[in-house]
Design a protein around this ligand. Structure first.
Ligand SMILES: C[S@@+](CC[C@H](N)C(=O)[O-])C[C@H]1O[C@@H](n2cnc3c(N)ncnc32)[C@H](O)[C@@H]1O
Length: 296
């Protein structure tokens, strides 16, 4: 399979699909699952006919070369940072057991991010203010969401990223962002697996832009539940492009607050690698264990 195949749609998803077509022994079951789910989503979004056309167009050399995935997002040009590009999960492998569960790197559309935070902030936990929360981007990539989050008055902003190369780009971006005076709070980038990191001892807004599949997601939710219960700590979760929503939807003690289709601005839509017009976003809240008093 050529490198161009890995740039299709959400990274490895379509790469896995190409694999299915060309290789009678697929590389692994996970990749096939990812490919199948990408195709299901594409059919849901575009319909069967347009999905077939879309795949065919992308399978031609011209379609691949013209890919929007290679374009620099205007956000990068405006602020002199580097957050663009679509990188497949395979290219991101960092030698960790969780590599296989990572679909791809792709920075969130700024308009989607702002809209998600805006809706979340409209319905904060009673008695708490945004300023009391620490924002944690799980799977921070090159740090676009982290940079955007630091423009709000969070108590702190943390980006956790498994891939060392992406984490150092995020770190450089954070320095540039601070030097420009755009950050209103401290930014920390941690190069670690999200299920092994230490969580700030304060109310948390955990941000997920489809960073991994169901197994790692379930592991993460179990850890967050423990955090929430042990310290009686308020924890909310925003899950954008919630491909594995059935995991949080069925997770005991996690309340689904809302689910919305967020619209992109025209500027974001024009450079979106998947020609999307919006993203689905789900918001969840860990319910305090019975008898506990929430700590701020
Ligand atoms: C879709 S990108 C999200 C980028 C960023 N959150 C944003 O919104 O701009 C998902 C990221 O999750 C990272 N990732 C995947 N598995 C991870 C894990 N177990 N721990 C930490 N990061 C992980 C990937 O390397 C990738 O950069």
């Amino acid at each position: 399979m050529g490198p161009r195949a890995e740039k299709f749609s959400r990274g490895t998803y379509i790469a896995g699909y190409t694999c299915l077509l060309t290789n009678p022994v697929p590389e692994n079951y996970l990749r096939i699952q990812q490919a199948a789910s990408a195709i299901r989503r594409s059919i849901a979004a575009r319909g069967l006919f347009r999905t077939v056309l879309h795949l065919a167009r992308r399978a031609t050399p011209r379609g691949g070369q013209a890919s929007r995935a290679d374009q620099t997002h205007p956000f990068d040009r405006e602020y002199g940072v580097e957050t663009s590009g679509l990188i497949s999960g395979r290219e991101l492998a960092a030698g960790h057991a969780h590599d296989l569960h990572s679909p791809a790197y792709y920075g969130i559309a700024p308009s989607i991010f702002k809209s998600a935070i805006g809706h979340w902030a409209e319905a904060l936990r009673p008695g708490l203010k945004l300023e009391q929360y620490s924002f944690v981007d799980v799977g921070a990539g090159k740090g676009r969401a982290v940079l955007l989050a630091s423009e709000y008055n969070f108590r702190s902003v943390v980006g956790v990223e498994l891939n060392g190369g992406l984490a150092s780009i995020a770190q450089k971006n954070a320095i540039q962002w601070k030097n420009m005076g755009r950050a209103r709070c401290d930014i920390q980038i941690v190069n670690q697996d999200a299920t092994a990191c230490r969580w700030p001892p304060m109310p948390l807004l955990v941000f997920l832009f489809n960073p991994f599949g169901r197994q790692v997601l379930l592991k993460l939710l179990n850890i967050l539940k423990q955090e929430a219960n042990q310290g009686a700590k308020p924890i909310d979760v925003l899950y954008v492009n919630p491909e594995f929503a059935f995991v949080p939807d069925r997770f005991p003690g996690l309340l689904k607050l809302w689910s919305r289709k967020l619209e992109m601005t025209e500027a974001d839509e024009a450079v979106d690698a998947f020609s999307s017009r919006g993203e689905l976003c789900n918001a969840y809240r860990f319910q305090p264990a019975t008898g506990s008093v929430l700590r701020s």
